[in-house]
Design a protein around this ligand. Structure first.
Ligand code: SF4
Length: 373
C-alpha cells in the first residue's frame, strides 16, 4: 500500500511535503534516492533538479500542487500514436529536471530555479475534475520530467483513476528502481526519451547514464502493463549517424520487441546548443528506414509534415490504418478494438472505439488559483 503524503508540520506552505526515497549519510548529509544522480545535501541545499532539497534533516519536495501552466493538447503531441488516438490530454508540468541536456527544448520550465515559474496552483483533485470537465481522456505529466515531482504526479494519477481519466508520463526514464516501481503503478502510458545510444552522449550532453534509461525501458516492457512509446530527438552530428541508429534500433527490437512505437523527432537550436542546425527532414526519413530495416513495425517521423512517416501502417497487409498529418488524424481503418479492417491484424496499443476528434489544436487553460506573488 502506498504511504499517504505528509504535509510538513507547522508549514504554512502546502507546496512543501516530506518525501520517502532518501537516507541519512554518516557525514550528516541526506541523500535523495529518486534518481541515479543521488544528490547528497546538507540542510538548506537543493538537489540538481532544484525542486527537491534538504530541510530539517529530511528530503522534501518544494513544488507540490504548483504548476508552470496547463494546456489541452492532442495525445499525438506527447507523442503517443497508439494510445487513445485523436483524444485530448490535459498537460502540465512544474519546474526543474534531473538531467542537464544542453539541447533542452523546454528549458524555460525544466531549468527554472524561480518558484515564480510555478504560478498556478492545482490540487490532484482539481486536476482530475478539470480533465473530466474539459473532456480529456488523460492527464499528462510533461514539459519537465515527472520523476522530480513524483509525489504530486502519483496523487494526481490516483485522483484521475477514480474519475476514469488516464495518466501519461513524459519522461527521460532516469529513475531508481524502487521509486520507479511505485511511480509506474499509477501510470497508464508513458513516452520515454531515448536521447541517444551512447554513454558518451548521455554523460557529456545530458549529465546522465544511458544504462539507467535502458533499464527503465526493459522494466516497462517486462514488468508492467504500462503502454509506452519511445522518442529520439535527432541532433545533427551528435546522435544521428547510421551506426548509432542501427545499434539503437537493433537493441529495441531485441530487448523490447518489434511492436514498441519509435518516434524520431527534429531538433531545433535551443538552450546551450544553438550552434547546431535544425534537423533536416531527410535525417528523420533515413533513421526511420534503418529502424524499419531492423524489424521495428511502428516507426514515426515527428515535428514534420510527412504522411508516410506520420501514419500507422498495418504490419499484416501494409494498408494505412491511421492516417496522420502532424497531429491531425485523417482516414481511420481500425475496428473499435484496434484491428485492421482490411486483414484483421491487431495493432498494439490502447484503442477504445472510434478515434477522438480533438484535432491538432492546443488550448491554454487556467485552473485553480494563482500563487500570491
Ligand atoms: S530527483 Fe533531484 S534531488 Fe533527487 S537525486 Fe535526482 S536530481 Fe537529485
Amino acid at each position: 500500500m502506498d504511504v499517504p503524503q505528509i504535509r510538513t508540520p507547522g508549514s504554512s506552505d502546502d507546496s512543501v511535503i516530506d518525501t520517502r526515497y532518501w537516507h541519512r549519510l554518516e557525514s550528516g548529509r541526506v541523500q535523495c534516492d529518486v534518481c541515479p544522480r543521488a544528490c547528497k545535501m546538507h540542510d538548506g541545499q537543493r538537489g540538481l533538479c532544484f525542486v527537491r532539497g534538504a530541510q530539517d534533516g529530511r528530503i522534501k519536495l518544494f513544488s507540490y500542487g504548483r504548476s508552470s501552466g496547463f494546456c489541452v493538447d492532442p495525445i499525438e503531441k506527447k507523442p503517443l500514436n497508439h494510445f487513445l488516438p485523436g483524444t485530448s490530454v490535459l498537460s502540465f508540468g512544474t519546474a526543474g529536471c534531473n538531467l542537464a541536456c544542453a539541447f533542452c527544448q523546454n528549458w524555460d520550465m525544466s531549468k527554472s530555479r524561480e518558484m515564480d515559474t510555478l504560478a498556478d496552483r492545482a490540487s490532484p483533485g482539481d486536476l482530475a475534475q478539470s480533465a473530466r470537465r474539459l473532456g480529456c481522456a488523460s492527464v499528462a505529466f510533461t514539459y519537465n520530467d515527472p520523476v522530480v515531482f513524483m509525489e504530486y504526479a502519483i496523487d494526481t494519477a490516483q485522483a484521475c483513476r477514480e474519475l476514469g481519466v488516464r495518466s501519461v508520463a513524459v519522461t527521460a526514464g532516469y529513475m531508481c528502481a524502487e521509486p520507479r516501481a511505485e511511480f509506474y503503478r499509477h501510470m497508464d502510458a508513458a513516452n520515454v526519451d531515448l536521447k541517444a545510444f551512447s554513454e558518451r552522449f548521455y554523460y557529456k550532453v545530458c549529465g546522465g547514464e544511458l544504462g539507467a534509461v535502458l533499464e527503465t525501458l526493459e522494466y516497462l516492457k517486462h514488468e508492467t502493463q504500462v503502454w509506452f512509446e519511445i522518442t529520439t530527438l535527432l541532433i545533427p552530428g551528435e546522435n544521428d549517424s547510421d551506426d548509432e541508429i542501427d545499434r539503437m534500433t537493433q537493441w529495441i527490437a531485441a530487448k523490447l520487441g518489434a511492436d514498441v512505437p519509435l518516434h524520431f523527432t527534429a531538433f531545433h537550436p535551443d538552450w546551450r546548443m544553438r550552434d547546431k542546425a535544425a534537423t533536416p527532414p531527410a535525417t528523420l526519413t533515413r533513421a526511420r528506414r534503418i529502424a524499419l530495416g531492423n524489424g521495428l513495425r511502428f516507426v514515426y517521423t515527428g515535428n514534420v509534415h510527412d504522411s508516410d512517416g506520420g501514419s500507422t501502417w498495418c504490419p499484416g497487409c501494409g494498408s494505412c490504418v491511421i492516417e496522420r498529418d502532424w497531429y491531425e488524424l485523417g482516414r481511420w481503418q481500425l475496428s473499435d478494438s484496434g484491428a485492421c479492417l482490411a486483414c484483421g491484424t491487431r495493432i498494439p496499443g490502447v484503442f477504445a472505439g472510434a478515434p477522438g476528434r480533438w484535432g491538432a489544436q492546443r488550448m491554454g487553460v487556467r485552473l485553480g488559483g494563482r500563487v500570491a506573488p
